[in-house]
Design a protein around this ligand. Sequence first.
Ligand SMILES: NC(=O)c1ccc[n+]([C@@H]2O[C@H](COP(=O)([O-])OP(=O)(O)OC[C@H]3O[C@@H](n4cnc5c(N)ncnc54)[C@H](OP(=O)(O)O)[C@@H]3O)[C@@H](O)[C@H]2O)c1
Length: 301
Amino acid sequence: MKKLLITGASGFLGNRIADFYAKTCEIIAPAHRELDITDKDNTALVLKKYRPDVVIHCAAMSDVGMCEKAPKQSWNINVTGSINLAKAAGAVNAKCILCSSDQVYFSGLKSHRNPEHCPTHREDEKLCPGNLYGQEKLKAEQECLNLNPDCVLLRLSWMYDAKTKRKDEHGDFFRTLLPQIAGAEMIKFPIYDRRGITDVHEVVQNLEKTFELPGGVYNFGSPNEKNTYGTVRQVFANTGLDTGRLGKNEEAFCENSRNLAMCQDKINQNGIFFSHTAEGLSQNLAWALKNGSANSKTLFH
Ligand SMILES: NC(=O)c1ccc[n+]([C@@H]2O[C@H](COP(=O)([O-])OP(=O)(O)OC[C@H]3O[C@@H](n4cnc5c(N)ncnc54)[C@H](OP(=O)(O)O)[C@@H]3O)[C@@H](O)[C@H]2O)c1
């Protein structure tokens, strides 16, 4: 039985990983007060104490806006903390899987280009992220790989959970969409924004396959060719909802058109597959509609 040490196991992703792999692996999920990744000595000591086979690093300051508000603290957690962990994992010969983000692909440059006409992003592109969170994630990738070339860095897209909601958890795309569907008003979605949006359970289930990957950076999430408006339109059509209620938001991202959609070639070559963004959302929405969740105030508000 493999021994997995998960950082950030009280968070959105770490929590679900710990739950899912508890059936097949020994789980070590130290709380923040036991393992503070910004403390190099503490991190090394905790890793020596448990000697895991695999470290899954989910601890982070994951809110893009919070990073801009607290730049020193976020750099310390997202960059220094990741470096401390990659080093400590290397010292005990543990495979280290670290969470990065599709935000490394956000350029922040002025552009009015239709994001659907842009190519999907590849792992080997030269990057210059336009926000601090993206810069931190890119720096962490580079530094961790320099220190410990066996590290696997997963560029995750925006994730959602349609099935479970834990107390005090941050919102996600699906949870925001459901009450809008339950309402009667017109709903607008950006046409100048395009990114993969992934069911967190697909991320969790695919994670096991990353334990055997060679060190490097991997795009890790659902593909998407459509902008957000086009995506939701497709989801509505797939699930028999009235597309007439959908409108185009032409203001959001119009000055800085955003395309974060990732190319899946590298993970696919390694036997890892994600469902398409609209397909995943449609299946989950069909499930929620069937189970009455779309109208459930307690679950989704
Ligand atoms: N959620 C998404 O849609 C998304 C998308 C792309 C990438 N990612 C990346 O995926 C990873 C997981 O994201 P998430 O949404 O699960 O994050 P989250 O819900 O914000 O959880 C962050 C976790 O990090 C812990 N933490 C913060 N500072 C720490 C420190 N100094 N030492 C130890 N633990 C610390 C928190 O514990 P306390 O609360 O106890 O401090 C919490 O358990 C992150 O790297 C994130 O950047 C997430």
